[in-house]
Ligand binder design. Structure first.
Ligand code: NAP
Length: 286
């Protein structure tokens, strides 16, 4: 069977390693990035450069978008030379960026009107899982479209989990990132409280991670807290965006509002481009 030809739009921190994995797996990949310089590394690895999103949809079996936010995704779909600027019926578009469920439903509707198939497939995991091909991929798709995308998801992630029709995966993504925000805020507050009571952070991290309160993310973030250094694995600004989207999508629980305010304050203090765990530095300064 001939390998699928994939168009990939968005070569940021996540898109670049995801494309590298597709190339390693033998897929033909056409790449497109607003800042053209970021295409060079992937072209050296065997990708080709797409002239425009529209042309890519015409010449590829499917096009995948991995862009910052709702506005960027809508622009790539709807602008002049965008994905929908000409008819390319029966093609598949997969948006893997984190956007609002409302935007995903909108994209599904405008794609259906043009006889295009649409999947929302945001990912849980950051740059390291993207490099290792171990992302958790949340899938909003019809059963038929999911089968078409599965060979690609198998390369990018350790698992793909269908959660319903288009739009549903974006809701699931906002829910899991709410839990991420709660976990890291809780971890930061716990360490600071322990330190103020004279307990060393080394000891407190061992108590958390050796016991029932430890989990994947408290383990992953332990080293950055020990070294007090927070290079972005998942930038704090992305979590602020995701918590805002969760609020806009109707999350009105007791903790969402103070949680959002806490991360938003950290972003305003200049921690937006640092890792989300930098919330601990913001809280220490208070
Ligand atoms: P990023 O490094 O900031 O890259 C964003 C990409 O979007 C770049 O290719 C950028 O192009 C492009 N872009 C932004 N605005 C655009 C516009 N108006 N038109 C065309 N292209 C535009 O982001 P990332 O970390 O790869 O994240 C991508 C998505 O995955 C986000 O939705 C994020 O929430 C989600 N996500 C991220 C992580 C993570 O750990 N980073 C984890 C899970 C999910 P330029 O190069 O020209 O700026």
């Amino acid at each position: 069977m001939e390998a699928l030809k994939i168009g990939w739009i968005g070569l940021g921190n996540m898109g670049n390693p995801m494309v590298q994995n597709l190339l390693k797996a033998g897929f033909e990949v056409v790449v497109f990035n607003r800042t053209k310089d970021k295409e060079k590394e992937l072209i050296a690895l065997g990708a080709t450069s797409g002239a425009s999103p529209q042309e890519m949809l015409q010449t590829c079996d499917m096009v995948i978008t991995m862009l910052s936010n709702d506005a960027a995704v809508k622009e790539i779909f709807e602008s002049e030379n965008g994905l929908l600027s000409q008819d390319n019926p029966d093609k598949l578009i997969i948006n893997m960026s984190t956007v609002s469920p409302e935007t995903s439903r909108y994209l599904a509707t405008i794609c259906a009107a043009r006889h295009l198939h649409f999947i929302d497939a945001p990912v849980s995991g950051s740059v390291k899982p993207a490099q290792d091909g171990t992302l958790v991929i949340l899938v909003g798709a019809t059963d038929e479209d999911y089968l078409l995308a599965k060979p690609v998801f198998n390369v990018l992630g350790k698992v793909s989990i269908p959660v319903g029709g288009p739009g549903k995966a974006s809701s699931a993504k906002l829910a899991i990132n709410y839990l991420l925000g709660l976990n890291l805020q809780g971890l930061a507050e716990t360490i600071i409280f322990a330190e103020k009571s004279g307990v060393r952070k080394e000891d407190m991290l061992s108590i958390i991670n050796e016991g029932a309160c430890g989990n994947g993310i408290t383990n992953i973030k332990a080293n950055s807290i020990l070294n007090d250094n927070y290079p972005a694995a998942f930038p704090l600004k992305h979590l602020v965006k995701d918590l805002r989207l969760a609020k806009e999508a109707g999350l009105d629980s007791p903790l969402i509002h103070p949680l959002y305010d806490s991360y938003e304050a950290a972003q305003k203090e200049g921690f937006g481009d640092e890792d989300v765990m930098a919330i601990i530095t913001s809280l220490r300064n208070k």
